[in-house]
Every structure is written in C-alpha cells, then in structure tokens.
Design a protein around this ligand. Sequence first.
Ligand SMILES: [Cu+2]
Length: 290
Amino acid sequence: MWWFKNLIVFTIFFNLLKISISQTKDDDYHECVRSCADNAFSKKVCRYEFFAKELSSPMSIHNGSKNKNESMNQCEIISSNSFLGINGKSPGPQIEVCLGDTIEILLYNRLGSEELSFHWHGMRQKNSAHIDGVPMVTQCSILPFGGFRYKLKPENIGTYMYYAHIVSQQGDGVYGSLTVRGPQNDRSLEKILLLSSRPSIPLSRYSYLYLPTPRELLLNGQNNGFILRVHYGTKYYLRLINANAYNCPVLLSISGHDFHVLAIDGNSVEPTMGRHVISFPEFTYVIARK
Ligand SMILES: [Cu+2]
C-alpha cells in the first residue's frame, strides 16, 4: 500500500501547492469581492487576517530638515526603524463587501512593545461600541503579540476606512479602505483614491513635543504618481478617502472635469457640483465625474 500513502502525500502536497499559488497570484483576491446581487442567499461572512507590523523594507526618505526641534540623530532613527503596515503593506488590504455581509477581522498585534486597536470610521456601532476602537474607553487595547476579533455588520452602503486609533500608528501607515456596495453599485465604474501622507521620521519612534511635518503626500500609497485608467466619455464614481493623520485638508481637482459630491462618510448628500473637492482628514467622499 506504499503507493496509496504516497498518493495521499502527493495529493496533500499538490493541494498545498494550489493554495499557495492562488494566494501568491493575487494578494488582494477575496471571495467577497463580487457584484452585489439583491439576493439574501448571496450574503457572505467575509473573513480577514490582519497582521499589523513594521514594514520589512525601510523607506528611502531624504532627511533635509533644519527644524530646531528635530535632533541631529534623525538619520540613525530612520535607518534603524521602518514604517508600519498591515500584512506587509500600506495601505492595508482593501475590504470590499456587499450590504448584508458580515465582516470578521482577526487583528494581530505584531508591533513589538506597542498596544493597538482599530477604528472603523463611518460604521455605525449600534450595540457594538466595544469594537469602535477607542483604546481604554470602548475596548481594552490589543497587547503586543495578542489578537482581537472585530465583527462588523454594515448597515449602509458607502465608503469607509479603518485605521489604528493611536494616531502615530495611523500616521506611520496602519490604515486602509472599506467599501460596502449594494445592487446599484457597479464595481467596474468605481475607483478608490486613498490620500495619506508620510512623515520624515516614523511617528511611533518620535519622542519630541512637536510633530515633524509630513514629507510626502501619498495617493494609494504611492509618492511618485498614481495612474488611474479610465475609458473616455464614461462616468466614474471615485471613492475618495482621506486617511491623513495630520490635520491638513487636501484640495483635489482633475484638470477640465467637474465633480458631483454624492456622499460623505457613508451618508448621501444633496449632489453638489464643483471643480474641486477639499477633503478633510478622516472623511470619506463619493464623487462622480465625467
Ligand atoms: Cu470615526
């Protein structure tokens, strides 16, 4: 029966190989990303595992600051510490679900000696204040090497975001987008634009009274431009998220195009037309442009 045992081993090995291939093929693949049919039987439980930790590759940031409050040993700090992310990247994985789905996130704290908790901005937390993420107010912090299961049941379609509630961790890269769609939303006609910034020194490592000014404005995590491919003449919905940890509004315009602002923080608003949008930190917007 040696061949039978070998067959089992081979089958298990082959299946493991298939799993690892499908995982490496597309990091962002998730079975919950789909078109949202108006059908109660299609509702899913969408599970994610998030590991918050330092990004393995250090950022190349030029430190040219002459600020008196920033010490001479900044270069050492930059070279020995990196910024933060979730599952090895910042922004973290996009969560995209349909209304009626349940979202379960198992969040692991791998930040060394720091405590952690996540806030789900814009999500109503009726009877679930304990997962709103305010450390030591609505939940106990997740201790180093610990984990916590967040369970969300979105009540409305909309554009949301998640981030570490400790602002220095958010500023260092612990944030991401959360989109809830309904049957009326066509994913192929939507683009997510996530604005954020990166300081010259990781904020979690910064021990001075005055915060360093952000050095780079990031669009979907990129500091050197982000290409958004569109078809000429087609109307798109832009899910604009300002995940900036700094209290600094960002003005967004697209040359030669008007916007309609349709929703803010998951709530519909009277459609307002304009040539630019001023986006404030920790707000999300849905805008249409043609
Ligand atoms: Cu909030």
